[in-house]
Design a binder for this molecule. Structure first.
Ligand code: AHR
Length: 325
């Protein structure tokens, strides 16, 4: 980007921030409206887009001034966004960390500035105490457990004696990748029928899901019994690759996904996906309520996990209500 364009963008951000912050001034000059700086990971999936929309909708519903920044999948963009939030003196900072490592310095800066930080969706790995106030997001380990429990039930019902699994994982070093894998592997570990052929990083992207599946099919062909994919986007990318080699997803291969966005639910209804473990993107309400509590100096829960369900061919999937993302 040219220096001039960069300067213009920066100026625009400052003007916007001033407008947002200005909206919160009451007549006596004090701040009445909470200003929340939120750094989103990117737009890699229907889940992420639904999460962004929910946060924007809920901020509007709660009358909270939202400074929103999209990091386009880059940690350095998230760090820069958090620094801008500190410079603008927002009341609360929230962010969904793309990976778990490497946040200590910028979070110490937020702490020194006295701005509380909320983790949304994903966790961080740090030895420092008190850099963040709480985590609002799914129990990813439990999602992996639920995926594996479905597989064990499915193998029982089909009378399978040997089950070859390929795994398409989410972004390396991200919380959902680590925990979904751990929950799944821990749960199948006690079942001697389960054999993981290989796990490959699909980065939560549809294009990478297709590439991973092509690679698996080239290497293992029709010996693959199960595809465990860490999100719907990668699953939707993988399915046409299976069809290209004249295999039927959902019948010749058991397909297990995570998220539960509308597009994947429609594919589940077609019978090409067998099971989807829900991961809800609707975290906005909890985020706004937690931010308000922090601004008012109230205590907040260290972790807030939404309740999630499993959609699968074990039940009548035609009855699943519209998902809204
Ligand atoms: O962190 C949540 C995960 O990130 C969702 O499963 C995935 O679709 C998204 O990109």
């Amino acid at each position: 980007m040219g220096k001039r364009r960069h300067k213009l963008l920066l100026l625009l951000c400052i003007v916007l921030a001033t407008i947002i912050a200005g909206c919160g001034k009451s007549e006596d000059g004090g701040d009445s409206r909470l200003v929340l700086g939120f750094s989103q990971i990117g737009s890699e999936s229907a889940w992420r887009i639904g999460n962004t929309k929910d946060i924007e909708d809920q901020a509007a519903a709660y009358g909270i001034g939202l400074m929103f920044e999209n990091a386009n999948q880059k940690q350095e963009n998230q760090i820069a966004a958090i620094r801008r939030f500190i410079a603008y003196k927002v009341d609360v900072i929230a962010f969904s960390p793309v990976v778990e490592e490497g946040w200590d310095n910028v979070l110490k800066e937020a702490k020194d500035a006295g701005i509380p930080v909320i983790l949304v969706d994903r966790d961080i790995n740090t030895k420092e105490e008190g850099l963040t106030t709480c985590l609002i997001g799914a129990d990813f380990y439990r999602e992996g457990v639920m995926a594996a429990e479905y597989l064990i039930r499915k193998a029982d019902s089909l009378g399978l004696t040997y089950v070859n699994i390929v795994e398409i994982t989410g972004t390396a070093n991200s919380t959902p990748m680590r925990q979904r894998q751990a929950g799944f592997m821990d749960t199948i570990a006690g079942d001697p029928r389960m054999n993981v052929l290989e796990s490959v990083d699909g980065d939560f992207l549809k294009s990478r899901g297709a590439e991973c599946m092509k690679y698996f099919l080239g290497k293992y062909g029709d010996t693959i019994d199960v595809v465990f994919s860490h999100n719907d986007e990668m699953t939707i990318g993988a399915i046409p690759e299976i069809e290209k080699v004249n295999l039927k997803p959902g019948r010749d291969m058991i397909i297990i996904s995570i998220d539960g966005g509308q597009e994947a639910i429609d594919v589940l209804k077609e019978g090409k996906i067998n099971c989807i473990v829900e991961c809800t993107p609707k975290l906005g309400k909890e985020l706004m309520e937690t931010a308000l509590k922090l601004k008012n100096g109230e205590s907040v829960a260290a972790e807030i996990h939404p309740v999630e369900q499993v959609f699968s061919d074990e039940t009548d999937v035609s009855q699943i209500a519209p998902r809204g993302y």
